[in-house]
Design a protein around this ligand. Structure first.
Ligand SMILES: [Mn+2]
Length: 248
């Protein structure tokens, strides 16, 4: 039996990451796959990247790792670019730059968004009417040529396991550190896990069967929210301590 912990979208939330790593350790799991967007945001980028770099994991990069490598004049759409980048040293930036965009671990294919794009949502589709589960046909198009039985993705912060009729499983573990957010492209939309818990998932291969366990962990989210407020980001603070995008 193979057991693997899958984490994604830590976004600098050191407190959530510590809770997740403790939980993984307490279960005796030693293989961790980390799907990117490690530190971007106003929480605790410097301490988080130290923790990520010193933890044995298979890491890939996300769109908001890549954005930290842009020159400032090209980073206008990323509101936490300056705050995050100013806390990283050259060695840490070089490490981010060295990360692959995809990885293959045994018979598992790993990407941040889709196999071809770290900034495309795979399992959620955004239209002018809102967010919904992506159609089977469209997921199959994203995964054309990827014949691995398990495909992992992150990026949308929504935990989901999706089964394709040919038997492939596509799984997003949700976000370790940021359970809700809003965005304006391709249409204004929000993503909401619905609770502030740190999310990750456990993948277990038993013979030829794969099981998925989605985990939601309590941790001290008030500390992460306080860090957001200290950095002037009440929006991030609300996301982190409620798992909702707006106060409704
Ligand atoms: Mn992302």
């Amino acid at each position: 039996m193979t057991t693997i912990a899958v984490i994604a979208d830590i976004h600098g939330n050191l407190w959530a990451l510590e809770a997740v790593l403790d939980d993984i350790k307490s279960r005796g799991i030693t293989t961790i796959i980390n799907l990117g967007d490690h530190v971007y945001g106003p929480i605790a980028p410097a301490a988080t990247i130290e923790r990520v770099m010193s933890t044995p994991m298979i890491n890939i990069s996300g769109n908001e790792d890549r954005c930290l490598l842009l020159p400032p004049e090209q980073a206008g759409e990323f509101s936490s670019y300056h705050l995050t980048r100013s806390q990283l040293n050259p060695e840490q930036l070089t490490w981010l730059e060295s990360l692959p965009k995809t990885a293959i671990v045994g018979d598992i294919f790993c990407c941040h968004g889709t196999p071809d794009s770290d900034s495309t949502y795979m399992l959620e589709t955004v239209t002018e009417h809102g967010v919904s589960l992506t159609s089977t046909e469209r997921i199959r198009t994203y995964l054309k040529g990827i014949s691995y039985p398990v495909i992992l993705c992150g990026h949308t912060h929504i935990p989901r396991t999706v089964w394709l009729p040919d038997g492939r499983l596509v799984m997003n573990p949700g976000s370790v550190g940021v359970p809700a957010y809003d965005d304006i492209t391709p249409y204004p939309h929000i993503m909401e896990a619905g609770s502030p818990h740190a999310r990750y998932a456990i993948l277990e291969k038993n013979g030829t069967d794969w099981n998925v366990e989605h985990i939601a962990l309590k941790y001290d989210w008030s500390q992460a929210a306080a860090a957001c407020r200290q950095n002037g980001r009440n929006d991030w603070a609300y996301w982190v301590e409620t798992g909702r995008a707006y106060d409704d």
